[in-house]
Design a protein around this ligand. Structure first.
Ligand code: N01
Length: 540
């Protein structure tokens, strides 16, 4: 692969892998810096997670006004969000608009998967291999997404199923008509919980195979009025400023007192308020909710009362109430009528803790019933079984740095990076929302912009100082991961078997993969390190 107008030493300055929210902004920013950029995307167009996750009911759990780019005020002012929480089609339309407006597609080669990236220490050059050739670059930026590799659990017999098999994260573009069909859904995370009510509207029957119940809170979604949109557009600067200082990348803050510092009536009022804000925002009710087990227990009890109040059959409610994790330590699902769906006769819940799946057959899913095997006959089987999160896409490529060190091998005993941005032994290789950054705990649009801006500033610094490379010092990287672990231990996050710790993928080393200290603190720490002359990095 040879590109026109490319510098002589490498084909391009930067290769960007991925055309999701992060990769799109990366090519825009790097081009603006005067760098030559080549992006690769395995899908046929931009959008990343919003390109693939087209299942019915897919909707963002961060408010649309916050889950949008901040880098261009013109863009902020011209785009009108129709609802408080945008649907997948609306977010994809927005990303297409951004791609058109900033002419981003010309920097990407689509339908092209990157399989390898190797660093040559002598020349300081990365050689990136795709399924259509190789290209050399000075810098490699992996914007491959934290939730981009679909997880199919190893349930025996999937290939034997005679009906249709679907995965929420690989949804067919033409959509699926479930009318008259018997549908099975495995998985009750955010994807399954959003999908089930929509499928139940069409299907003849829906059988939900639930291994672990999840906390889910109504989205309190609604159309935005012209007045609200005007107000949001007029106050964007302040909203973004607060979001960048906050823990979760949105302007919401918890109540000023801890859970047990207020009386019961006040506590109930605060819970009610944050419950009505909708979805994940309930996690912010009290500052100690995700740190103190007693405080968390009270929040759980409030949530349990709310959930029970909308489910008619108490035995079904018993099965739908989570008991295995503190509320908020797995991402709280933002739903639209999920629990009420079980009040319909044609929707059935199968509790896999009591009656586990034994195998998939040609006709459906066989479980171990109390009196022997029971077959649930199905026409369609939907896997809503999540992702090999945070490291999946990176681990799927053959990435080799200094001395041939491979990234998958470096992470075999547990993931490690410095600031979630770079990995020791991999010079000039940058991650966007990598392990050790707040990413998925915050607002992925703002965290992506933040990382891309840091990478852009760092490349400019190297160029202006006549330096050839940057990489973290091993000790600094270990220190950063130890800090992430120390902060995680101050929270209840590590008490849940979540994808945050890799527990959903058999054999994945258990490491809390995010920086849990909040987006604002992360930004401050990164700034301090950078301002101190890239402390903990080796610049050569
Ligand atoms: O995936 P998940 P997801 N047998 O990993 C079950 C974001 N997101 O796609 O808990 C039976 O959360 C598994 O059960 P268990 C959001 O950050 C956001 O739903 O392992 N079941 C679980 O119930 C979210 O957290 C939005 O026991 C099996 C489910 O599959 C993240 O993506 C929308 C199984 C997987 O849940 C991932 O969500 C969608 C097996 N062998 C996603 N293996 C919004 O913005 C797995 N499961 C709203």
């Amino acid at each position: 692969m040879t590109l026109e107008n490319s510098p002589s030493k490498t084909d391009v300055d930067v290769v960007v892998v991925g055309a999701g929210i992060a990769g799109m902004y990366a090519v825009h920013r790097f081009r603006g810096d005067g760098l030559s950029v080549q992006g690769f995307e395995s899908a046929s167009d931009v959008g990343g997670t919003w390109f693939h996750n087209r299942y019915p009911g897919a909707r963002c759990d961060v408010e649309s006004v916050d889950y949008s780019y901040s880098f261009s005020d013109e863009l902020q002012q011209e785009w009108d969000w129709s609802e408080r929480y945008a649907t997948q089609p609306e977010i994809l339309a927005y990303l297409n608009h951004v791609a058109d407006r900033f002419d981003l597609r010309r920097s990407f080669t689509f339908n092209t998967r990157v399989s390898a990236a190797h660093f040559d220490e002598d020349t300081g050059v990365w050689t990136v291999t795709t399924d259509s050739g190789t290209i050399t670059s000075k810098y490699c930026v992996f914007a491959t997404g934290a939730l981009s590799v679909a997880n199919y659990p190893a349930i025996p017999g999937r290939e034997e199923f005679a009906g249709r098999v679907l995965h929420t994260a690989q949804w067919p573009h033409e959509g699926v008509d479930f009318t008259g069909l018997r549908v099975g859904v495995i998985g009750t995370g955010s994807s399954g919980i959003q999908l089930v009510p929509e499928v139940a509207r069409q299907a003849e029957s829906v059988t939900v195979f639930q291994r672990t119940p999840n906390y889910s809170i109504p989205a309190a979604n609604r159309p935005l009025s012209d007045e609200e949109r005007r107000e949001q557009k007029a106050t964007y600067d302040e909203r973004r400023r607060k979001s960048r200082l906050s823990g979760g990348g949105s302007p919401f803050v918890p109540h000023e007192k801890n859970t047990l510092e207020v009386d019961e009536a006040e506590r109930e009022r605060v819970y009610e308020h944050y419950w009505n804000l909708g979805g994940v925002l309930f996690s912010k009710a009290f500052p100690d909710q995700l740190r103190n087990e007693d405080a968390n227990q009270l929040a759980k009890e409030f949530a349990e009362r709310k959930i029970r109040s909308v489910i008619e059959d108490p035995a079904v409610a018993d099965d739908l109430i989570p008991t295995d994790h503190p509320i908020g330590t797995k991402r709280i699902v933002t739903d639209s009528g999920y629990f009420q769906t079980y009040n319909s006769d044609h929707v059935k819940l199968v509790n896999l803790r009591r009656t586990p799946i034994q195998r998939i057959t040609a006709d459906g899913v066989e479980i171990a019933g109390p009196d022997g095997p029971e077959l649930h006959e199905l026409d369609v089987l939907i896997f809503a079984t999540g992702f090999d999160a945070v490291t999946g896409a990176l681990g799927a490529m053959d990435i080799r740095g200094r001395d041939g060190r491979d990234l998958a091998g470096a992470w075999a005993d547990g993931v490690s990076s410095y600031l979630g941005l770079m990995v020791a032994g991999f010079p000039n290789m940058f991650l966007v929302n990598g392990p050790g950054s707040p990413g998925v705990l915050a607002n992925m649009v703002l965290t992506s912009e933040d990382h891309v801006d840091w990478i852009s500033d760092t490349i400019a610094h190297l160029d202006s100082a006549g330096l050839r490379s940057i990489e973290p010092v091993e000790q600094a990287q270990q220190g950063w991961m130890a800090e992430c672990a120390r902060l995680a231990d101050q929270t209840l996050f590590t008490k849940a078997d979540s994808w945050y710790v890799g527990a959903n993928i058999p054999g994945k080393p258990r490491v809390f993969m995010m920086y849990p200290g909040g987006f604002g603190n992360y930004r401050a720490a990164t700034k301090e390190i950078t301002d101190a002359g890239y402390e903990g990095f080796a610049l050569r």
